[in-house]
Design a protein around this ligand. Structure first.
Ligand code: F6P
Length: 527
């Protein structure tokens, strides 16, 4: 979908004049920046470094930067061609250059009636297809919800065909239709599928086989086992009990699955929960809820597309990520959702960030001389506080913390929410302020950075906006780093080797294998 356009030129961030200025700034005020001093010197620091974006309020003030840092980062971003690159994505240019594909997940949440800006008019045809498919999928979701004969829905998929739907269904548990249980099977480890199947009856189960390519080994293995189980249980109506969510309708047909919902190669796997891959979400929360999810994401898209860079939350977050990774040298970011329903968010964000930006070469394939994706990790607060927060407060590494809190609870239990929110606020405060104590062990150095994202309530709309915010901040850092955030060649080698080793496991052939793999293979076979 190149539309005959030439992709805009991108200048790598480390080749812009602002990069050298940032380096000098880091060596000067940056390295020794003290948050406590900054708050004392800047009475309006919170106002200047916080903002309300669609559905998400963000406090960026407890981070190791100031107005000058941000201004330099913004100049650097502009000089890389970030705005032109963003326009190229929204306009359907093939910015995923190594696969020759457009990157149009934003189109999946664009309302049908909304005119496309002039430079995006060439993708009107795709928008019409998106809405045809969406309407069909949502009608199916509502029919499943109304069908008392189906009590269990099993999503079989992995990576982007699991993490997004799984995270969102859990997040929106309070909005889920009663009488439907949703299960997610991703791992090729048979324990997972077996455990789920044990609790099911074929006549009341719907399997959703979710795979963009319909070739992924784990998903194909699980799908075949589910089909075999269904037949063993006396199930006959595959069209009623299996649906495929895929760009490869032919592949689904080859497995005998004829109920299908398609999407397009311009939807990346980790950006696909807005497409047919979102069917389990739509079944859980209904067509109205799914449309709200899309609307929340669209509101964030519009913010990202139109807000000036200096007041553009995905831009500010993405640039903060670059500041931390490339100047402070922080290697990871900890995600702490202060809402149990967001328990799968860290896992989802790991794929989003690390599969997108875990790259070591520039667009032209040459090795980069700068660091890219940090490691993302985390667990819901308050649990994390009783596990790894010790290291955040007193460890030798500084790990920026990202807190995601929700103002209003949806449960009726008194007292819990204030305690939860108090902990979220207190952790950010403690990290920043620290506490002096002689003797070392009880000393908290403080000056440890955190970002605080706050939703009013956890709804389909706010979740949509939160996810789109994260997608776009990953775009921003990947864009200024000058990498392709939309391919994932790094997952291929292991897949190929696993095939070869699977054959060797059967035959026992260890010829030409390295010593360790040969030794382990022999040991595994001796089981
Ligand atoms: O192995 C990585 C990957 O290709 C991801 O990018 C993707 O989300 C996942 O596998 C699943 O792929 P598919 O949806 O084609 O089964």
């Amino acid at each position: 979908m190149s539309n005959g356009h030439v992709l805009p030129t991108r200048t790598r961030c480390d080749r812009t004049p602002a990069w050298a200025q940032l380096q000098a700034h880091f060596e000067g005020a940056g390295r020794g920046f003290d948050l406590r001093g900054a708050f004392a010197a800047e009475p309006d620091r919170f106002e200047r470094l916080s903002q309300q974006a669609p559905h998400v309020f963000a406090d960026l003030s407890k981070n190791l930067w100031d107005e000058d840092t941000e201004a330099m980062l913004l100049r650097m971003a502009a000089a890389t061609g970030l705005e032109q690159h963003r326009a190229a994505m929204f306009g359907g240019q093939p910015i995923n250059a190594t696969e020759g594909r457009a990157v149009l997940h934003t189109l999946l949440r664009r309302p049908a009636g909304l005119a496309l800006p002039g430079d995006e008019s060439s993708i009107a045809g795709q928008l019409a297809q998106v809405h045809d498919t969406l309407n069909r999928m949502l009608a199916y979701a509502d029919a499943v919800r109304a069908d008392d004969g189906i009590t269990d829905i099993v999503n079989i998929g992995i990576g982007g065909s699991d993490l997004g739907p799984h995270m969102a269904v859990k997040a929106l548990e309070e909005h889920r239709a009663p009488g439907k249980r949703l299960h997610f099977v991703s791992n090729v480890d048979g324990h997972e599928l077996h455990t789920v199947l044990k609790s099911l009856e074929a006549r009341s189960t719907l399997f959703l086989i979710a795979s963009k390519t319909f070739t992924t080994a784990e998903t194909m293995t699980n799908a075949r086992s589910a089909l075999a189980w269904f037949a063993e249980q006396g199930g006959q109506d595959v069209a009623r009990h299996f649906a495929a969510l895929t760009t490869n309708i032919e592949g689904a047909g080859a497995l005998g699955i004829t109920t299908t919902f398609g999407f397009w190669d311009w939807v990346g796997g980790r950006y696909s929960l807005w497409s047919a891959i979102g069917l389990p979400i739509a079944i859980a929360i209904g067509s109205g809820g799914f449309r709200e999810l899309l609307a929340g994401a669209h509101a964030m898209d519009e913010h990202f597309r139109t807000a000036p860079l200096a007041r553009n939350l995905p831009v500010r977050l993405g640039l903060l990520d670059v500041w931390y990774r490339n100047f402070h040298g922080f290697t990871s970011r900890c995600i702490a959702p202060y809402h149990a329903a967001l328990g799968r968010l860290p896992a989802y964000l790991q794929q989003l960030e690390m599969e997108s930006n875990g790259k070591r070469v520039a667009l032209d394939g040459t090795p980069l001389s700068l660091a890219t994706s940090p490691v993302l990790w985390g667990e819901p607060g308050t649990n994390g506080q009783h596990a790894f927060f010790q290291m955040l407060h007193q460890g030798t590494d500084v790990v920026p913390l990202e807190i995601i809190a929700v103002r209003q609870a949806t449960h009726p239990l008194p007292g819990h929410n204030d305690k939860l929110l108090a902990n979220a606020l207190a952790q950010a405060q403690a990290l920043m302020l620290g506490q002096h104590s002689e003797g070392g062990h009880r000393h908290f150095p403080g000056n440890r950075p955190s970002t605080f994202l706050l939703l009013d309530s956890l709804t389909p709309g706010s979740l949509g906006a939160l996810i789109a915010l994260q997608e776009h901040r990953v775009f921003v850092s990947g864009s200024v780093w000058g990498i392709n955030s939309f391919d994932q060649w790094g997952v291929e080698l292991g897949k190929v080797l696993a095939k070869n080793i699977e054959e060797r496991l059967a035959s026992g052939d260890v010829q030409a294998l390295d010593g360790s793999t040969a030794g382990l293979l022999a040991r595994v076979r001796a089981r």
